[in-house]
Design a protein around this ligand. Structure first.
Ligand SMILES: Nc1ncnc2c1ncn2[C@@H]1O[C@H](COP(=O)(O)OP(=O)(O)OP(=O)(O)O)[C@@H](O)[C@H]1O
Length: 283
């Protein structure tokens, strides 16, 4: 079996919590991520699921090196990237990009699509292949946007279209891993499905690996190959999507699944029907 592309080992993240005891009292620390480990192989989609506050986004930010770890390591393709300095981190950012939940707050409202999409390359002092206009047009086509709108501003697009701009920006540097942090959660269900289809197409065509953060299991089942379930800062269960959905081992996973009544019986049926066959995407 191939080596993991992204590996997180014993990640811990603590945040200071200011008490009411005044300056003489040292701040206590809240452990948002508590000894989290996972591996993602090239081409896989690992979904991190769990209720609000379970530590999913913090884990995603640690893995993308947007936050410094308290302890633990992040490795990309076998290289420890936990303590990278600024220029090495720039290289890491070419390999690992993030798509955030709210496209309108993660896209600069005063910048055109062209400026937004080319900004990661400019920031990295890389030349924009073929010039900014042609590069942006090609990327817009790639994510299903009208390339004639490259001089428009985020507010002139719908939520789903704005998220496609966020995806285009992530693709601009040619990443190998994309961290999708609740990337479809703010969208209407029908738009969600379209963006998930886009992410799946891009994964196949661009050979992408996803760390996909979501609290919505109906979304996760459409895209995940493996699922890790988080609660209170820890991963309590991890496995192939069909195994986790069809035969959850941990009480917390069962509770999560029971909150979406349709999913579990459907997966149990599918698992029985497919017994002995390799797992595949749901029909
Ligand atoms: N910068 C921070 N300072 C202090 N506490 C934080 C910080 N960021 C996150 N937390 C806390 O860490 C815990 C985990 O938050 P996190 O956002 O990772 O959870 P989540 O599972 O992604 O939840 P949600 O889906 O609501 O974002 C929460 O209790 C949150 O309040």
């Amino acid at each position: 079996m191939s080596e993991p592309l992204l590996r997180a080992t014993n990640l811990v993240k603590e945040f200071p919590v200011m008490g009411t005891g005044g300056l003489l009292r040292p701040p206590t620390r809240f452990r948002a991520v508590d000894d989290v480990s996972f591996e993602i192989r090239s081409g896989e989609t690992l979904a991190l699921v769990g209720e609000s506050g379970s530590g999913k986004s913090t884990t995603a930010r640690l893995a993308a090196r947007l936050l410094d770890v308290t302890s633990g390591t992040v490795e990309l393709d076998g290289e420890d990237v936990t303590g990278l300095g600024r220029s090495a981190l720039n290289r890491f950012r070419s390999d690992v990009q993030v798509v955030f939940q709210d496209p309108f707050s993660s896209l600069n409202p005063r910048h055109t699509v062209e400026r937004i999409v080319t900004s990661p390359l400019v920031y990295q002092q890389r030349t924009v292949p073929g010039g900014a206009r042609a590069f942006t047009r090609a990327l817009m086509e790639r994510v299903g946007l009208d390339p004639d709108h490259s001089q428009k501003y985020p507010a002139q697009f719908s939520g789903g279209q704005a998220q496609r701009i966020g995806i285009a920006r992530a693709l601009a540097v040619g990443p190998r891993v994309v961290v999708c942090d609740e990337a479809v959660s703010a969208l209407d269900v029908s738009v969600q499905a379209q963006v998930i289809n886009l992410l799946r197409d891009l994964q196949r065509e661009e050979d992408l690996t996803y760390l996909f953060i979501a609290h919505d299991l109906a979304v996760v089942r459409q895209i995940a190959t493996r699922v890790a379930v988080m609660t209170q800062g820890r991963i309590v269960e991890e496995g192939e999507r069909d195994a986790v959905f069809g035969a959850p081992r941990h009480e917390y996973t069962r509770k999560l699944l029971d909150a979406v009544p349709r999913i579990r019986p459907e997966w149990e049926r599918r698992r029985r029907a497919n017994a002995g066959r390799p797992t595949g995407a749901p029909a």
